[in-house]
Design a binder for this molecule. Sequence first.
Ligand SMILES: O=P(O)(O)OC[C@H]1O[C@@H](O)[C@@H](O)[C@@H](O)[C@@H]1O
Length: 366
Amino acid sequence: MIYQALTQMPLLFQDNRITRFYIGGKLMHEWRKMPPCEDSHQCEELLVTSIGAISKGQPKGYAISKTIDQQGGILLSDLIKAYPNEILGERFQKYNPDQLTMLARVGDTTVRLVMQCHPNREDAKRYFHMPMGKTEAWYIAGTREVEGKETCVYAGFKPHVTKALWRQLYEKQDIDAMVDCLHQIPVKQGQMILIPAGMPHCVGPGCLFLEYHECNDVTIRVERSINGMTISDEEMFYGLGADACFDMFDYTTYDDTQILERSLMKERCLEQNEQYTLSALIEPEQNDSFSVQLVTITGEYPMPEFDGHRVLCAVEGDVKLCWSDHSIPLIQGHAALIPAACKGVRVVGEGKLTIGIPTINEEVGK
Ligand SMILES: O=P(O)(O)OC[C@H]1O[C@@H](O)[C@@H](O)[C@@H](O)[C@@H]1O
């Protein structure tokens, strides 16, 4: 039996670690205040997801979030099925039925990730029969020095790149030349990078990244091997073949200034008082999928009303989530889902919190 009461409280989730082609995890453990660990391929944590991960050898629905034991140890997908409007919000239930519109995860890497892109909505529908594409955004929650290199991410094609060149370099697996097709963007802790669906990208070594993204987990990969691992055709192209997958890249090119304007977000203060400072990291008009806010709390932050779900992450310090006469701690590096039916949440303590707010794009489905 699933209790309706769960729809009226902030939901916390059990640890949910998955394996990736990149290597890291040590910094993520420190950040999440978990027992120390060595870097390995167990380097990505799904914080809040109703779809789980696509992972070789794993069934559909693998790694869907489960509420903490204190909140019943229930699969988020089951909870949504039982109370779709209460968890998602009515408008969001109509928009992306039975699924969250916005998800969150965190990755920690000592190496460059595989060069990749994710489908936009049109391609997600056409090729995968999935309703949403995958625009994503990374909040750099921490960095570490790797072999003296500057911490960076790679995103967007440089002016010299064409579809023909990208494909040719892929056929030759000329990885250095492929990396040189992308802009290298130096990043620091606290910055936010937006990667619209279709844009080529990969996170660079030394980043601990909190990722907000649309409800999709398809990654088109264009490297046949990395970090001593072979990437199968299935893991690159999902049985679609290279032609269709190369069509999913967005071949817009950017000069050095344009890529920063498109992808490196500028924090803008929205509200400031003695208790908190609220700023926008991604504004609603900067993409049609979600916005992200950052709140620095020195007392209490009362969350405004919203008719949908929101995803919070404590990026610096531990805070307390309070509602009616209850409260629950939110530890640094952990996330919470605020269901649509959960009203009057106050965040109390000293720390920084990101707030992911999904957007409804009216054009979708027309
Ligand atoms: O290609 P691997 O190593 O599996 O990394 C895939 C990861 O890439 C990142 O850029 C994000 O898109 C993550 O959501 C994704 O899980």
